[in-house]
Design a protein around this ligand. Structure first.
Ligand SMILES: Nc1nc2c(ncn2[C@@H]2O[C@H](COP(=O)(O)OP(=O)(O)OP(=O)(O)O)[C@@H](O)[C@H]2O)c(=O)[nH]1
Ligand SMILES: [Mg+2]
Length: 318
């Protein structure tokens, strides 16, 4: 008769299997303008002390909640606001809609980027998500119509799933606005609040240089990354202080009746918007931040070999 005792190996596999089944996963996806502070914000959330290097394409890390080992948060960062948006389908998938929050990080110290970058990002996200939302709504509708007593449209509306993905705009580098004219700061704040209201996003002014704002970043990311019920301050629309606008709040007092279109035109008139380029950046291998001694030696040997081969072929055809 064979022994029924489990080996250490069996127990290890069992443990790994059980653990993967019980871990609840959520994810945060960071997008935003180049050098706006995405990695710095992620490092504050992950308690990482190292200096951020430029993000080349798509970075991944994860963290576990300090309140529960079984809560995991995956953190994705897309390195460049525009041309890398082609990678969005790899991280923003239908099955993640209910467990993901998107964080758009903008650089407040570059007002000429705000309109084009924010519009480009929100449009791309919306294009990616809308087909899922439509499909989800249609599935629900067809299952409802099978049941005659539940055909009333009010009921359909009620049963539609709430799958709107939370989108948080982090307007970063607030510390660099000391010198900004109050009228300019007011215009930026009104534009961003109005845009967020129209899209159902939250807006928070952040800075990694201010402890109080870093604590707020951490609270917000814990709320979305681990579903933690955190106490958050009331909405704040005083443009002389860091703005905090939860998605459900009403910024009418700040907006003074100005429409989004009007505010956008004022922004464009005040700061000529940058052209969004959809081209690849310079070869990152030439960037000093990514020096790797051994790999660089092999690369230059290979380049030399290719160069010799090219010369050889040129002479042959002469
Ligand atoms: N003054 C100030 N500087 C900041 C702030 N956040 C980030 N930085 C600086 O901005 C630079 C870029 O920061 P990163 O965190 O690498 O920005 P990123 O958006 O991840 O950059 P890429 O991924 O390369 O596009 C670094 O020098 C940071 O120290 C901030 O709140 N205030
Ligand atoms: Mg980065």
């Amino acid at each position: 008769m064979g022994s029924t005792r489990k080996t250490v190996w069996d127990l290890g596999i069992e443990l790994g299997h059980n653990r993967s089944q019980t871990v609840a996963k959520r994810s945060l996806l960071f997008l935003g303008s180049k050098q706006s502070g995405k990695t710095s914000i992620i490092h504050r959330f992950l308690d990482k002390k190292d200096e951020p290097k430029p993000t080349l394409a798509l970075d991944y890390s994860y963290t576990r909640s300090d309140q529960s080992e079984n809560q995991q948060c995956d953190v994705w960062e897309l390195g460049e606001a525009t041309y890398l948006l082609k990678l969005l389908p790899f991280v923003l998938k239908e099955e993640q809609l209910k467990s993901m929050a998107i964080i758009l990080v903008l650089d407040l110290s570059k007002p000429h980027e705000l309109v084009p970058i924010t519009e480009c990002l929100l449009n791309t996200i919306s294009m990616r998500i809308s087909p899922f939302m439509k499909k989800h709504s249609e599935d629900r509708r067809s299952s409802i119509s099978k049941n005659k007593s539940e055909r009333r449209s009010s009921m359909i509306k009620k049963l539609l799933p709430d799958i709107t993905i939370p989108i948080i705009i982090m307007a970063n580098k607030y510390d660099l606005l000391q010198e900004m004219e109050p009228e300019d700061l007011k215009l930026i704040s009104k534009y961003l609040c109005s845009l967020c209201q129209s899209q159902g996003c939250s807006l928070i002014y952040t800075s990694i240089k201010r402890d109080q704002l870093v604590s707020r970043i951490r609270l917000l990311l814990k709320k979305h990354g681990f579903n933690e019920q955190t106490e958050f301050p009331e909405a704040r629309f005083d443009y002389t202080k860091p703005i905090w606008m939860p998605s459900e709040s009403d910024p009418s007092n700040l907006l003074d009746g100005d429409s989004l279109e009007m505010l956008k035109n004022m922004m464009i008139k005040r700061w000529k918007p940058i052209e969004i380029e959809l081209k690849l950046p310079d070869d990152p291998a030439k960037d000093d931040n990514f020096k790797e001694r051994d790999i660089d030696i092999i690369r230059s040997q290979r380049y030399q070999e290719l160069e010799n081969y090219r010369h050889h072929m040129d002479h042959k055809t002469d």
